[in-house]
Design a protein around this ligand. Structure first.
Ligand code: B1M
Length: 245
């Protein structure tokens, strides 16, 4: 009964009549309730109002998901509900993806990315991939629950510049070390720039597992990847000069 009432209330809301702030707050509620349609509509309205795709993503969708995360942690929301929220978030992200990827710039480099074994969280990883793609990187997305064997196969097949790993659980983040240690054992570690990210990680952890860098969020991932590619090109250019002289 209460659910029907809430649904009717939501149906009655004319999203177009809301101010930007009211609309964003309504979208947080709709994301919380896992409602895809209003998220699609709200995303489109903000874009029509000339919001930058990145602002829609961060201020409406990511912030909404942060709120979901708090109630998930506190046992107010449960897995099926959070899956609905994730579905709504992905629907909004699908609209933004081509806009964030509109660049036309030549490829800045190739990146193999995936969420580590045991972990099925992919929203953050997808977001990072979208933003990197938007910045001009070529992305090979291995999906979720990626084993060390799968990472190695992909590295061999695609010969990327960067390996990106995501983990959202404290129980799965140590797997990043398994992957990096395996690269070391096989003498492959120096062939790739390794970037890691995910909510439970931090800079210290990145260093401890032997990654080149920890990326706090998607924007930092883009800047870090660009930065490492610049350094890589400088090293190559330097080596060229040295051998020429
Ligand atoms: Co999960 N979950 N979940 N979950 N879930 C968390 C992570 C949790 C913090 C919730 C909580 O308790 N507050 C908690 C982890 C606790 C811990 O380990 N410390 C948790 C738990 C416990 C679980 C289960 C174990 C629950 C259960 O079954 N009892 C289970 C585990 C399943 C598994 O993986 N084996 C589980 C399941 C799920 C769902 C399936 C329901 C769903 C995932 C759906 C999906 O991804 N398709 C889900 C969700 C949605 C969440 C929360 C609510 C949201 C995660 C998210 O998408 N955030 C999350 C709570 C939270 O984080 N607030 C939670 C939005 C996203 C944009 O941010 O992923 O951090 P984030 O990505 C950021 C940065 O971290 C960074 O950039 C991104 C964009 O800015 N980044 C990278 C991420 N990856 C990167 C890679 C890079 C660079 C940067 O590479 C270069």
């Amino acid at each position: 009964m209460t659910e029907d009432k809430d649904k009717n209330q939501d149906e009655d809301i004319d999203l177009k009549a809301l101010s930007d702030q009211e609309l964003v707050e309504q979208m947080w509620d709709d994301l919380y309730d896992g409602l895809q349609e209003p998220i699609l509509e709200g995303t489109n309205i903000l874009l029509e109002r000339k919001w930058l795709p990145y602002d829609v993503l961060t201020k409406a969708l990511i912030e909404g998901m942060r709120i979901v995360g708090i109630d998930f942690r506190d046992g107010i929301l449960f897995v099926p509900e959070v899956l609905m929220s994730a579905g709504a978030m992905k629907a909004g992200m699908a609209i933004l993806k081509p806009l964030l990827a509109e660049t036309g710039a030549p490829s800045l480099g190739k990146i193999v990315i995936g969420t580590v074994k045991g972990d099925i969280h992919d929203i953050g990883k997808n977001l990072v991939s979208m933003m990197l793609e938007g910045a001009g990187f070529e992305i090979i997305d291995l999906g979720v629950n990626v084993s060390v064997e799968t990472y190695l196969e992909a590295l061999e097949k695609h010969q990327p510049d960067i390996l990106g790993m995501s983990a959202l659980l404290t129980t799965t983040m140590p797997y990043m070390k398994v992957v990096i240690d395996t690269l070391k054992e096989k003498n492959l570690r120096d062939d790739y720039i390794v970037l890691v990210g995910g909510a439970p990680l931090n800079e210290e952890f990145g260093k401890a597992v032997g990654a080149d860098s920890y990326c706090r969020d998607a924007a930092v991932a883009v800047e870090t990847a660009k930065d490492f590619m610049k350094r890589k090109h400088n090293i190559k250019a330097g080596a060229g000069k040295a051998s020429a002289s």
